[in-house]
Structures are given as structure tokens and as C-alpha cells.
Design a protein around this ligand. Structure first.
Ligand code: AHR
Length: 533
């Protein structure tokens, strides 16, 4: 049996032998793409973002203030703006996270010098002696300015945990009432924005099972209805209800069942959130320094999201037979235990390595494949927190390896899924508890106006992979381009001193009849694009 036939056989005996052969030699893989039968639209919002008033995210990360020596546009860090535009950031979730359920939006409007100092949920996590009160210099107007400058849709998480429906409705009217109508529209104009913000995406609370109010799902369902029934409908909203803690051991399926039970007979939300962290906090794993089993441990925990999405989607379908409600994975990323922060008061910041980039490739491929279920996803968080695309401290700024994956996957945004037949067998990998099974090669593909984009992630820390991308249905191309993010060092990272150690570089792609051929290095994420004839 030749190696390709062997790969396609897919028996468990073959899987075991393949894993062994890959460890020793690398392997061939033939991926079949069917661009002639486009599938679901991949919502651009799957490539969304999240920033919270926490540690160094807003203050310093995003907002340096108009008087800062760090280049800025109306107080917003210029480099952040430029790079968010470069990746076409489609949306931005704000102001939290846990911060949202303690936030009162009126504190963040009016003249900066008159805004109050208020309590910030994250204060208790800050190092002793740090002044971590909320200055409210970044409020709804500054947030909207940021969104406009980037060209991103705002996604605002409302305070349900410590607020009232009235406070929420007033915020919505303040943002969306047309100029010259409500007094709240006049107040918005007096604060510098005569034209309505037209915010469509509203999160009705955040983690209402935890920091957002410690509710039971049925209690939250009641709250949800109270908060949305009198919603001021200036702009048809996309309302997102709080969903499960997807990274819990049992996936928190009880929350989903309980919420939808509680909503029986009532209008369902447009979106139902899932939070899924690859949560390494209870483990000894470090962000910057690790060995091979620890490389695989992170990736293995990360791909669990596939099953979590599927399980919650199935559960929702028992109640929502018309499929009104889509999933919104509005927090996801790898979260390591504290100890490697950028600065002590930049809590929840952590170094980002090639491992996190590979995790990103695996995750985004999973999202693309579930494009029929997912309306939006938001990486947690965009800058200076958890799975960041950027790290910044004063005038210093660096794009992490995760940034380059987002830059690559931009081609899928708003394109149509292309069916991928991926016969590559799973890898048997060493992990903390012994052995685990990881996809041997991750792939997703899309098409827009005859331009085909294929993303590939090789999670193996041991072997490269010779890949043939066969175009089914008679599709042909005469040119192809490739780019890859890889390194011989699995711990490779970008620092202020060495900012481009991990970045995307060209990848050679050869056209051979009906196929594109390439070699994908070990521990690598790649993009192949071509225009079909
Ligand atoms: O992203 C950090 C925190 O993680 C958020 O504030 C919260 O929603 C989640 O638990």
C-alpha cells in the first residue's frame, strides 16, 4: 500500500502505524477541495475582538490619552489602530467581561476632567499598592471613536448584574436615538456625537452564572426577558444572551438546557454566548517556557472547543427548532496561570508563543467549519490580556504570533465555505496524562469571487508534512501563493527587542495538474490562495 492509500484507509490500526511513521519520517497527505459547491457564508464577525477595563488593556493598551508622547489619534494608540485596520477587525466587544456587570455608562460621558473615579471589578486582583480605580476616561464616545477609526462594529455588553433595565434602555436610547428626538439624543450631541451610533450588537450581561450575578439559568432567563422586552428599537438589535462556561469539565450543558427551558414560549435571543478558554490556570504549565508534552497539552485542550460547539448546538436545537439563535463565542483563548505578566499591574497579560499561534489556527479552522452555527466570536483579549494579538507598554508595542494568524485568516472573512475532505489520520501525542489524540492536519477553505483560500495547521512538533491540495470538480488554476508562520523553536515569540521573530513568510506552492503541492513545516500555520480559472 502506498503512503497515500495508507493514509486514506483510516482504520485504527492504520492510525497507530501512521502516528509512528509520522514521528519518524513525515507523511504525504492529499486534501480534496470542492470549490464548485460553496457552503455557508463565514461570518466576518467570527474574526472579532474583545477589550475590557482590566490591567493594561484599555489604559495604555488602547487608550494612551491625547497628551501622550506615544503616537495617538485622539488619545487612541495609533499603532493599535493601524494594525486593527490591517487585519480588518470586524467588531469590538466592550467594556467587559466581568467589568461590564459593574459598569455604569453615565460615569464615562461628559468632560474627561469631570468624570468620576469608580470601583473596578478587577481592583481586588491588582498588586497591593497600585491605584487601580477606574478613571472613566475611556467611555462610550471614545469606544465609538475607536470603532469608527478601525471600521469595526461595536458590540456592547450591558450591565445586568448590578443595574436595571432602565439603565440599559437609557444607554440604548443615548446611543441610537436619532438626532433631535429624545433628550438623551440631545445629551449625546452635547457630548460631541450628534449622529446616532446605531449599535446593533448588544450583550445582555456577561457570565451571569459567575461574576455577572451568580444566577441560575432560569433566573437569568427571567432577567434576560426583563432587560429586552422594552428594548428601544431604533436599530434592529442582535441580542446576545449569556451562555455557558464551555471550558467546564462537563461543558456546562446544564446552563444551556436551563436557559432554553426558561425561555419556553418567549422570543429567543439572536445570539447565545459561549466562553471557551483553554484554561491552563489549574496546571503548572507556563506560557513562555515548555516542553513537547506541554506543547501538545495546550493544543489538545484547545480542540475540545469543536465538541463543545457541537454539543451546545444540538442541545439548543431541542428548543429552537427554527434555529433563530446562533452561537457567539465571545471569549476564547489560551489562559495560563499568573506569573509571567508584562508588568505586575498588567494582570492577565502573558507572553504569546508559536504554540498559541498554532492553537489559533486550529481554533479558527474549527470556527470556519461551524460557520452555519457561529454568528460571531471574539478573541480574549486583543491587547495586553490572555490570548493577545498585541502587547504594549508605554511607547513599546509588538505584534504577537497570534496577530499573524489573524492576518492570514482574513481571507476567510465573509467568504463561502468550501468542502474539505481531509483524510489525514490523528496523531498520537504525548501529553501530561500520558497520551492524547490530535488532528494530524487541520484545514479549512473558502471561496469569494473565484478566489480560493485554504488554511492549514500542522500541530506536529516533530514532522513536516508534504501536502497535495487537489481541486475537485474540474476546477483549475494557473497561479498560487502561499504564506506560513513557523519556527524550528516551538517557544519562539516576539518581544519588544525582537519584534518579528515569528511572522508570516512566503511559502512555495507548486501547481501540478489539478493540485497544489507544498511542504508544511512542523508546528506551522499556512495560507494558500489561488484564483480559479
Ligand atoms: O477575559 C477575562 C475574563 O474572563 C472576563 O472578564 C470574564 O468574562 C472571563 O471570566
Amino acid at each position: 500500500m502506498n503512503r497515500r492509500k495508507f493514509l486514506q484507509s483510516g482504520t485504527s490500526a492504520a492510525i497507530g502505524t501512521l502516528a509512528a511513521s509520522r514521528l519518524a519520517f513525515g507523511a504525504d497527505a492529499e486534501i480534496v477541495l470542492s470549490p464548485g459547491e460553496p457552503g455557508e457564508l463565514i461570518s466576518p464577525h467570527i474574526y472579532g475582538h474583545f477589550i475590557e477595563h482590566l490591567g493594561g488593556v484599555i489604559y495604555d493598551g488602547v487608550w494612551v490619552g491625547p497628551d501622550s508622547r506615544t503616537p495617538n489619534v485622539k488619545g487612541i494608540r495609533k499603532q493599535f489602530l493601524d494594525d486593527m485596520k490591517r487585519i480588518g477587525a470586524p467588531n469590538l466587544r466592550w467594556p467587559g467581561g466581568c467589568f461590564a456587570d459593574g459598569y455604569h455608562w453615565r460615569d464615562g460621558i461628559g468632560k474627561g476632567s469631570s468624570r468620576p473615579r469608580t470601583y473596578n471589578f478587577w481592583q481586588r486582583r491588582m498588586p497591593a499598592g497600585t491605584d487601580s480605580t477606574e478613571t472613566n476616561q475611556f467611555g462610550i464616545h471614545e469606544f465609538m471613536q475607536l470603532c469608527r477609526l478601525i471600521g469595526a462594529e461595536p458590540y456592547v455588553a450591558a450591565n445586568v448584574g448590578s443595574s436595571t433595565p432602565t439603565e440599559f434602555h437609557d444607554l440604548v436610547s443615548y446611543c441610537n436615538a436619532p438626532a433631535g428626538t429624545l433628550s438623551l439624543a440631545g445629551e449625546r450631541a452635547a457630548n460631541g456625537d450628534p449622529q446616532p451610533f446605531n449599535i446593533q450588537y448588544w450583550g445582555v450581561g456577561n457570565e451571569s452564572w459567575g461574576c455577572g450575578g451568580m444566577m441560575r439559568p432560569e433566573e437569568y432567563a427571567t432577567k434576560y426577558r426583563q432587560f429586552v422586552t422594552q428594548f428601544p428599537n431604533y436599530k434592529e438589535p442582535f441580542l446576545v444572551a449569556t451562555g455557558p462556561r464551555g471550558h467546564s469539565a462537563d461543558g456546562d450543558i446544564g446552563w444551556t438546557t436551563g436557559f432554553f427551558e426558561g425561555m419556553r414560549g418567549f422570543e429567543l435571543p439572536n445570539g447565545f454566548s459561549i466562553h471557551f478558554y483553554t484554561d491552563l490556570r489549574p496546571t503548572p504549565l507556563k506560557a513562555a517556557d515548555f516542553n513537547q508534552p506541554e506543547w501538545y497539552e495546550v493544543l489538545l485542550r484547545g480542540v475540545r472547543i469543536d465538541k463543545v460547539i457541537e454539543t451546545h448546538w444540538q442541545e439548543m436545537g431541542k428548543f429552537d427548532t427554527k434555529r433563530r439563535t446562533k452561537l457567539v463565542v465571545d471569549e476564547w483563548g489560551v489562559w495560563y496561570k499568573p506569573g509571567e505578566e508584562l508588568a505586575p499591574h498588567y494582570i492577565l497579560s502573558q507572553p504569546i508563543t508559536l504554540r498559541d499561534a498554532v492553537h489559533t489556527g486550529l481554533t479558527l479552522d474549527i470556527f470556519n467549519r461551524h460557520a452555519d452555527k457561529i454568528a460571531m466570536a471574539n478573541v480574549a483579549q486583543t491587547i495586553n490580556c490572555i490570548h493577545s494579538l498585541f502587547l504594549a507598554h508605554g511607547p513599546q508595542f509588538v505584534r504577537t504570533p497570534v496577530y499573524y494568524v489573524f492576518e492570514m485568516y482574513r481571507s476567510h472573512m465573509g467568504a463561502r465555505q468550501v468542502r474539505v475532505t481531509n483524510p489525514v489520520a490523528e496523531l498520537n501525542v504525548p501529553v501530561l496524562a500520558g497520551e492524547g489524540r490530535l488532528p494530524g492536519l487541520s484545514a479549512s477553505a473558502s471561496i469569494r469571487e473565484q478566489r480560493l483560500a485554504v488554511t492549514l495547521t500542522n500541530p506536529s512538533a516533530q514532522s513536516s508534512l508534504r501536502v497535495r491540495l487537489r481541486l475537485a470538480g474540474g476546477a483549475r488554476t494557473t497561479e498560487a501563493r502561499g504564506a506560513v508562520i513557523a519556527s524550528e523553536d516551538m517557544r519562539a515569540t516576539n518581544t519588544f527587542a525582537d519584534p518579528e521573530r515569528v511572522a508570516s513568510v512566503p511559502l512555495a506552492v507548486k501547481i501540478s495538474g489539478d493540485a497544489l503541492e507544498l511542504t508544511l513545516q512542523k508546528q506551522a500555520v499556512a495560507l494558500v490562495q489561488c484564483d480559479l480559472n
